[in-house]
Design a protein around this ligand. Structure first.
Ligand SMILES: NC(=O)c1ccc[n+]([C@@H]2O[C@H](COP(=O)([O-])OP(=O)(O)OC[C@H]3O[C@@H](n4cnc5c(N)ncnc54)[C@H](OP(=O)(O)O)[C@@H]3O)[C@@H](O)[C@H]2O)c1
Length: 290
């Protein structure tokens, strides 16, 4: 039995679909009652609970042999996931598959990467078997710019001319499903998950233009402009600052490395940006006139 946390998010929604299609024995630990109901309505076993309440996770771990551990970017990530790892151990769960992040290292200038390094180390030292999935930047992050692309045919990020080996989050889910379905083959390993090419945002804009049949332009923003936009959109300081650190490391060329780990696990190439642009074209297309 697999217990899936984060099953209603970007990776998790696709992961749940894959596990269901493959007939896996799994349940989802879901915190939002309406989302739990929607999953239950499709015949999926759901336990409602919050990672803030480790005893809820411990109860949900009954009979579980693999915990899929995912929580959102948050300064409290290590506290939350540390408690989850402790709850899994108390419940006798032998292994954890955790979503970490590319560049996870304690000396990273990017706070998100430092937080992931801390939690990775905690899991590695927990005595439980583990697999770490370290994806790069998700192509799906561009959906946050979909409104401006759809309305004005442009988007703006403080990425300069950086090339990024972005990954389609559907591939992260596919790798997670493969690992969860044959965990012994992936025990005590870390996978650095990237797309098959590093693209500049200008090149991504060109591919979005091809997919939507209209002009799409990337405009490089200065860190100051982007910081002001993040804060006026209501992002808390820790998130706005963390994103600026991440884009600075893009500009320093630190996210361009392409690995073969998706191919190693799935036996196929990662989805290309072109695939993402085609499959999500409707989200970026101009609003239809009434
Ligand atoms: N975005 C990227 O480019 C990127 C790149 C590399 C690594 N990552 C890593 O990927 C992870 C995020 O994955 P994602 O984008 O799939 O996540 P997401 O879409 O933000 O979804 C987060 C999930 O966690 C659940 N959740 C949040 N707080 C919870 C709590 N207290 N108790 C129980 N469940 C809780 C959410 O439930 P609700 O639906 O109920 O809110 C949702 O299912 C992070 O660790 C991030 O660092 C992201």
């Amino acid at each position: 039995m697999i217990l899936v946390t984060g099953g209603t998010g970007t990776i998790g929604t696709e992961l749940v679909r894959l596990l269901r299609d493959r007939g896996a024995a799994f349940r989802v630990f879901a915190r939002t009652p309406a989302k739990a109901r929607t999953l239950r309505d499709t015949g999926i076993e759901v336990v409602e609970g919050n990672l803030d309440q480790p005893q809820q996770l411990e109860a949900a771990c009954d009979g579980v042999d693999t915990l899929f551990l995912l929580s959102p970017v948050d300064p409290r990530q290590d506290e939350l996931q540390g408690r989850a790892i402790g709850a899994a151990r108390r419940a006798g769960v032998p292994r954890v598959v955790r979503v970490s992040g590319a560049g996870a290292r304690t000396g990273s200038p990017v706070s998100f990467s430092r937080w992931h390094a801390t939690t990775d180390k905690r899991l590695e030292e927990s005595g439980l078997a583990y697999t770490l999935l370290r994806p790069t930047w998700f192509m799906q992050n561009l959906l946050m710019s979909a409104t401006s692309i759809a309305a004005e045919g442009r988007f703006s990020l403080p990425a300069g001319e950086a090339a990024v080996a972005a990954i389609d989050a559907r591939d992260v889910a596919a790798v997670a499903a493969a690992v969860l379905l044959s965990p012994a083959a992936h025990e005590n390993r870390a996978y650095e998950l990237t797309g098959s090419a590093a693209l500049r945002f200008e090149e991504m804009a060109e591919q979005l233009a091809t997919a939507t049949g209209r002009a799409v332009r990337y405009q490089a923003a200065s860190p100051e402009q982007a910081g002001a936009a993040f804060r006026s959109a209501g992002l808390p300081d820790w998130l706005a600052d963390g994103m600026l650190e991440m884009y600075a490391s893009f500009r320093a060329g630190e996210w361009a490395r392409v690995t073969g780990d998706v191919h190693k696990v799935l036996g196929r190439a990662p989805l290309a940006f072109e695939d993402f642009a085609r499959d999500y074209a409707n989200a970026f297309a101009p609003p239809r006139k009434a």
